[in-house]
Design a protein around this ligand. Sequence first.
Ligand SMILES: Nc1nc2c(ncn2[C@@H]2O[C@H](COP(=O)(O)OP(=O)(O)OP(=O)(O)O)[C@@H](O)[C@H]2O)c(=O)[nH]1
Ligand SMILES: [Mg+2]
Length: 356
Amino acid sequence: MRLILLGGFLGAGKTTTMLAAARAIGADGTVVAVITNDQGDDLVDTTVARAGTSAGVEVQEITGGCFCCRYDELHEVLLKAAAAGAEVVLAEAVGSCTDLAATVVAPLQAQQPDLVEVGPLTVLVDAARLADLGTSDDDLGYLFGRQLAEADLVVLNKIDRIDAAAVAAATRAIAQRVPTATVRALSALTGAGLSGLIKDWGTARSASGRPVAVDYDRYAAAEAALGWLNQTWQLTAERPFDTAAWCRDVLERLRAELGQRILLGHAKIAVRAPGGLTKASLVSNLEDPVLDVTAGPATSATAVLNVRAAMPPAVLELAVAQAVLGAGGGAVAAIAGPARAFAPSYPKPIHRMGRT
Ligand SMILES: Nc1nc2c(ncn2[C@@H]2O[C@H](COP(=O)(O)OP(=O)(O)OP(=O)(O)O)[C@@H](O)[C@H]2O)c(=O)[nH]1
Ligand SMILES: [Mg+2]
């Protein structure tokens, strides 16, 4: 069973890539499993994966911590995938996680060589983030840099949003910064570059001897600067409401609440209604919300919100509540489920192996 670990900062496109690749790899009958992962539970990514993968793709989730701190659960999930006959497993790490080479890849290679062959550690980058986090020397910039440094394969994603010259410049910049990695360009949305990436995954092994030095105090400080909110809301309306317009309204209000100075990692909403799933994302304060999946109108629905932004969790919870309660012009009533609002705690990997 071949395992591909996908890392990269919040909103870089890990889930989109994982699901597009799962569909493409599974098209010839290859059995594929995908694993989502988050510090909290109630995951938008799992909701989208379960709705978006074709039958035959098994979806597992690991909640409450990243792969490195939940290594034993990862091992169990891999055993389950193997028992289900999976030949390829695609696993998405938490977007604020780094040091995967030392804490996940190397231990799997050392301890579970008969269970999995680990393919290249693949780190996705949104070109827009190269310009902000990529040049920042604060703790989040440090975390972003460590994610790149340990990659076997860096994937410049969302190339449909920039022109060819910008793709070439960003590719050169990444190659200079991480000379040990192979750099690929991808649009997970259009599929450009996907077959080449899948080919890389099938042939190259993870170097795994590439653990890089990581200052855990800075890594922890970067994670702790982020507020994390996972919450489910029950929505009802007297007349059918447009779930897509509601999602966009929430995200636009949230963006206005945050302003431009607070770094937004990723705000995503999945609305489940009898008519189907609607899903929207906002990956930066400087961008507009994007509707990824749209279903028809509904009178009752369940909205799962996962928001990560650089602000205290309690303040983030209030900002999200303001946005949700204000959305829909008073026509949509929203009742909050319990909020899981927190800042990720100090990373404590179960294992750490490697040369450094
Ligand atoms: N234009 C464009 N948008 C993309 C592409 N890949 C992903 N996106 C969008 O970027 C947003 C975030 O994508 P996700 O796949 O959820 O990102 P992620 O890295 O899994 O995010 P987290 O799990 O929160 O860290 C969504 O709105 C996607 O549709 C791409 O190739 N092109
Ligand atoms: Mg994701």
